[in-house]
Structure formats: C-alpha cells, structure tokens
Design a protein around this ligand. Structure first.
Ligand SMILES: Cc1cc2nc3c(=O)[nH]c(=O)nc-3n(C[C@H](O)[C@H](O)[C@H](O)COP(=O)(O)OP(=O)(O)OC[C@H]3O[C@@H](n4cnc5c(N)ncnc54)[C@H](O)[C@@H]3O)c2cc1C
Ligand code: SF4
Length: 568
C-alpha cells in the first residue's frame, strides 16, 4: 500500500483546480487575507515558452498536425495552448451504452481558460427563474440582481469588450470599446437587419485598451494558442499572479485530488491527492475547501469521497451529485459567398474570435421550442487553419496550378455559423462513477449517460433554418451537412462537444433536491463550497464562464465574511 505523507500545516482554505472558478477564488480569498493552498492536477504554465501565438506553420514539424495528420481534427493541432484534449492518456472516462458524450479537459495551471473562446456573456434575469417562466426545470435560489454586482466586478477586473444594447435576453455589462466589424461581419449584419435578427458587437474577454498593467490586443487573431501579452483572459495569467503576489498562496502542481476526507464531526478536514511526480499519496489540511475542478471533475471528486458518514458520496444526501448534467445545444452550418471572391486583398486582422454575434432575438413570442439560442459566426480571410482546403481538394478535379488557383479563389469566401442554445435538464442525462474503470492513479472514472429531448432537437432545426435564411438573404449559397434524422438530427452535436457541461452539484433552497445553498456551500457539509459550473441550475444559451467567475467571486466573499465572523 502506498505510503501516505501528511502535511502538518493547516491552511485556511484549500482550492482544488486553478481554472476560471479556482483562479477567481484564489485571488479573492488571498487578497482578503486568508492563507490558501491550491491543488492543480496539471503542470505550471510558462506563456513565453508554452504559447505558440506567433508560430508559423512552417516552424512546426508536419506544419502542426502531427505525424500522418494525427491532430487534424477540431481543437487538436500543435498550435493550441498546451495540455487541453478530448482524450488524456491514462485518464479515461466512459459513456454508458446508447450514450455518446465527449469531455474536453485541460490539465494545466489555468485549466480550460487557456483554451476558451473568451466569449463572456451575462445570464439574463429570466435565466435565473426558468421554472417560474415556462414550468420546466427549476429556478435558481438567487436572482440576476444578486449576481449582477459580481458580473460588474469580474468584467471590470478582467476586461470585456462590447456595447450597451438594451436587449432583454443579453444584459449589458461594463464594457471596453469593441473592435470594428470586418467585411464578412458587415455582410452578415446587413442580412440580419433585413430579417430582424439582432446582430451586435460581440462580448469577449479581450482587451481593446490597456487594463491593470496588461497591454491591449495587437490583433493577431490567435487567441486559442494563448496570449503572450495576456491581452485576453486566462486564469493562469490574470487570477493566479495576484494571488501569488499576496504571499499567502501556495500552489501545488501535479497534484490530482482523489478524495476529500471527513472527520468524525462530519466536517471536511483534508484532501488526499496523488503527487504525480512521485506517484505517492499526500494530504493537505484546511479549515474550508473550494471544489473548483470543473463541473464533472468536481462531481467525480465528491462521488469518490465516500465514507461511513457519507456512503453515497460527499454532500450527496440529495442524490443530486452528477445529476442535472447539461451542455449547450449546438448545430452548425455555413455559406459560400461569391461576392467575397472579388474582394481585393485586405487586412482582416482582429481579435481571436468574432467581432459581432446574434443574441437571442425571439424572446417576445412563442416558438416551436422553449428557451432560446444565440449565434456565433466567423470566416473570411483569416489565417488559414489546419485542413482548411481539404474540402476544396476533395471537390476539385485536378491538381497543380489549377487546384492552387481554385484554392486561392475560394479562400476567404466561407462564413460559418454556430448556434448555442439552452438544454433543459432531463433524467437521462447525468454522470456517475463507472464501477469497472479506474484511471492510472487508481481513481474511479466518470461514466456519462446522455439523451437530448425533442425540445433541443426542435431548437437545432430552427438553428438550421435561421442559418439558411441569413446566408441566402446575404446572397450566399447555404452549405450544411445536417439531416433531419439519424444520430444527429438537424446537426445537433453530441453531448459535451460544446464544452459547456454543467449542473452536476446544483444549488437550491431545498437540501432534498440540491447539493449547494445559494452561496455554493454544501447543504450537508458546511466547510465545502463548489464554485464551478457544477453549481448551475440552468444552462441558458450564454456561454458559462463569466457566470462561473461571478459566482466564485460571490462565494469567496461570503467565505471571507464567515472567516471574519470566526465561523471558518
Ligand atoms: C476550446 C474551448 C472554447 C471555449 N469557449 C468558451 C467561451 O467562448 N466562453 C465560455 O464561457 N466558455 C468557453 N469554454 C468553456 C470554459 O473554458 C470553461 O467553462 C471554464 O474554463 C470552466 O472553468 P472551471 O474553473 O470550472 O474549469 P477548468 O477551466 O476546466 O479548470 C479546472 C482545473 O482543475 C484541474 N483539476 C481537475 N481535476 C482535478 C483534481 N482531481 N485535482 C486537482 N486538480 C484538478 C484541471 O487540471 C484544471 O486546471 C471553452 C472551452 C474550450 C476548451
Ligand atoms: S488576438 Fe489579441 S488577445 Fe488574442 S492572442 Fe492575439 S493579441 Fe492576444
């Protein structure tokens, strides 16, 4: 049996995970005066060395796609910020028979905030009271008004660009000026104007002006590779350094939390973790614990922390840990725009992402489905991505000069659209512990169960119809592989693919049906907080990370307040 090494030190708080949730908690708690230790499963990050923001394809072997093009799939080339992947060697997860779920994980300081698209949207007031509005799902135990001051704090600190639009489904925030629309975005906006679809400046966590000592974006459009100047948001560059500067922060990397250990009094007292370098088990002790390992990892940790007092997993007397799992509804299509072939060469540089987007616009009428979706889009003369000309090569007969000429004329003429919509939790979509599989550290892994309902499929259908209208109104040719039937009706993506998985330890006023109270504090164990998207009650059409940070900030201030009152 592995020897257990115990650390004699007692920290005020132990945070598990250094992504959006963990990084925010680290900053707020240490600046508030608490001594914090953070366990992070991945290695440290060195932006100068690890980010390939300005690397050219010819500087990497195989132009970045690996031997035989092995990384030639979405999110998988060698340019991307490190240690994020759909599959991690030695750390599997499984899908139950009949279910298909994909789980993108990042094992590195900053987690997936090194990789994210930086789309930073507030939830709307109605998103917090879903059940009261249409009778489905549940209401949050908090309102928009309670979260709004924390959105203000996060936006003011990290920097988000956008414009005030007064659209009910997309509340305005504290914004930096947006970058101007590019030629492709102007074409699409004109089409949306004709169709009465809102098309407004996007809201992204990218600096268009210097902020808090960080330089403004220099428009290299490569955010997914990481940003050496920290002009976009990552927890590794924006949240962890201020925590370190307090002198009250201990970061332990390569530390895979296995179990939260509970004392006889029913309070959590330590975390048992695997020190990956030595493969030995160690422990850290703290007065309180912030579980922030990402929604499904946090559920896994709670479920694996069972004891005599908590036989079904820690903080799980409700049985809700792992349940209510949702992801965004995603469906995509695109268009070929012949007018772009004639466009003279011009500078298409911009931020690493869209400058305009379409917030949900049909909130004031009855639709064929409940809730709503927003549309993200992009294209034009961006730096060609890996495999960009594959389709043209397949379609075009011939090779050499004629193929090259064909690629040149088609370059920049495609604009892609992606719908991101709300999934309503259902009893068939959840994760639990796979009784038959452990990872390389001997820790039982998650098993995913997944099913879309008709509501989501109807939404995907509507997305496809909308994309077609926008493309054709703009004079383009609609291109979509979506079919009404089969495994992906109307192009609906498999569960997890949109990487907005959440809800697995939801908050609520009723301890029988929820895991956390409105401060992200476990009903069953009051010195445990879960501050990532596991706490979410609904998964509205907005990407979740801004809300993760707002809730983690709010929970951290509550914990600081408790500490001041001597209740830690
Ligand atoms: C390509 C991509 C694009 C995205 N685009 C957007 C977007 O535009 N807008 C948006 O809102 N969201 C987006 N997301 C989602 C966003 O990245 C996540 O919502 C966000 O990072 C979640 O934050 P988190 O702190 O919960 O988890 P993570 O950022 O995943 O961080 C969790 C950390 O915990 C560590 N960890 C896990 N298990 C353990 C353990 N047992 N012990 C110790 N440490 C552990 C991990 O190593 C990781 O560092 C995107 C994600 C990806 C990958
Ligand atoms: S586009 Fe801007 S924010 Fe993104 S990587 Fe380049 S400089 Fe950084």
């Amino acid at each position: 049996m592995a020897q257990v090494v115990r650390s004699p030190k007692l920290y005020d708080v132990c945070i598990i995970g250094s992504g959006a949730a963990g990084g925010t908690a680290a900053k707020v708690l240490t600046e508030g005066g608490l001594n914090v230790v953070m366990l992070e499963a991945g290695p440290p990050l060195n932006p100068e060395k690890d980010f390939k923001e300005h690397v050219w394809p010819y500087q990497l072997p195989h132009r970045g796609v690996g031997v035989g093009g092995e990384f030639r799939h979405e999110l998988g080339d060698e340019f991307m910020a490190p240690n994020g992947a759909w599959e991690i060697e030695g750390e599997p997860y499984t899908s139950a028979p009949g279910s298909q779920f994909y789980w993108f994980r990042s094992r590195i300081v900053g987690g997936r905030t090194n990789h994210w698209g930086r789309i930073a949207l507030r939830f709307a007031p109605v998103d917090f009271r879903a059940r009261s509005t249409d009778g489905m799902g549940d209401d949050w135990p908090i309102t928009y008004e309670e979260v709004s001051p924390y959105y203000d704090k996060v936006e003011s600190y990290i920097g988000v660009f956008g414009t005030k639009e007064n659209i009910p489904s997309a509340p305005d925030g504290i914004f930096l000026p947006p970058p101007p629309p590019r030629c492709t975005e102007t074409i699409i906006k004109k089409s949306c104007d004709k169709l009465n679809i809102h098309c407004v400046p996007s809201r992204m966590a990218i600096l268009t002006k210097p902020l808090n000592g960080r330089a403004a974006c220099h428009y290299c459009a490569q955010c997914g590779r990481g940003c050496i100047t920290a002009s976009n948001f990552s927890s590794s560059q924006i949240m962890i350094p201020p925590a370190q500067a307090t002198g009250r922060f201990t970061l332990i990397t390569g530390a895979m939390a296995r179990e939260i250990v509970v004392g006889k009094d029913g309070k959590a007292e330590s975390v048992a973790y695997i020190d990956k370098a030595t493969r030995s088990e160690k422990r850290v002790h703290a007065r309180a614990f912030m579980v922030a390992a990402s929604a499904c990892e946090s559920a896994r940790l709670l479920l694996n922390s069972h004891s005599t007092l908590f036989p079904d997993g820690l903080a799980n007397s409700s049985g809700a840990v792992g349940r209510y799992l949702t992801d965004s509804v995603g469906s995509s299509a695109g268009g070929y725009f012949p007018q772009l072939e004639k466009m003279p060469p011009h500078n298409h540089d911009g931020t690493g992402g869209m400058h305009l987007y379409m917030p949900w616009w049909r909130y004031d009428r009855k639709n064929d489905f409940l809730r709503g979706y927003h549309i993200e889009f992009g294209g034009g003369r961006e730096m060609p991505g890996v495999g960009e000309f594959d389709r043209i090569c397949k379609e075009h007969e011939g090779y050499g000069a004629s193929l090259k000429q064909h690629c040149r004329s088609r370059y920049g003429t495609y604009i892609g659209f992606a719908g991101r919509g709300e999934m309503i939790p259902n009893e068939h979509s959840y994760c639990d512990i796979d009784p038959n599989t452990v990872d390389q550290w001997g820790i039982p892994v998650l098993r995913f169960h997944w099913q879309w309902s008709d509501n989501e499929i109807n939404m995907a259908k509507d997305m496809q119809e909308t994309f077609r209208s926008i493309v054709e109104t703009a004079g383009g040719t609609f291109i979509s592989r979506a079919k009404p039937d089969g495994a992906h009706p109307y192009g609906i993506q498999d569960g997890g693919v949109i990487i907005h998985e959440l809800g697995t330890a939801r908050m609520g006023n009723n301890p029988k049906t929820s895991v956390l109270n409105k401060h992200c504090q476990a009903h069953d164990v009051d010195n445990i907080f879960v501050t990532d998207a596991a706490a979410f009650v609904t998964n509205p059409d907005k990407n979740p990370t801004l809300t993760i940070m707002a809730l983690s900030w709010r929970a951290s201030e509550y914990l600081l307040d408790q500490a001041k009152k001597g209740s830690l």
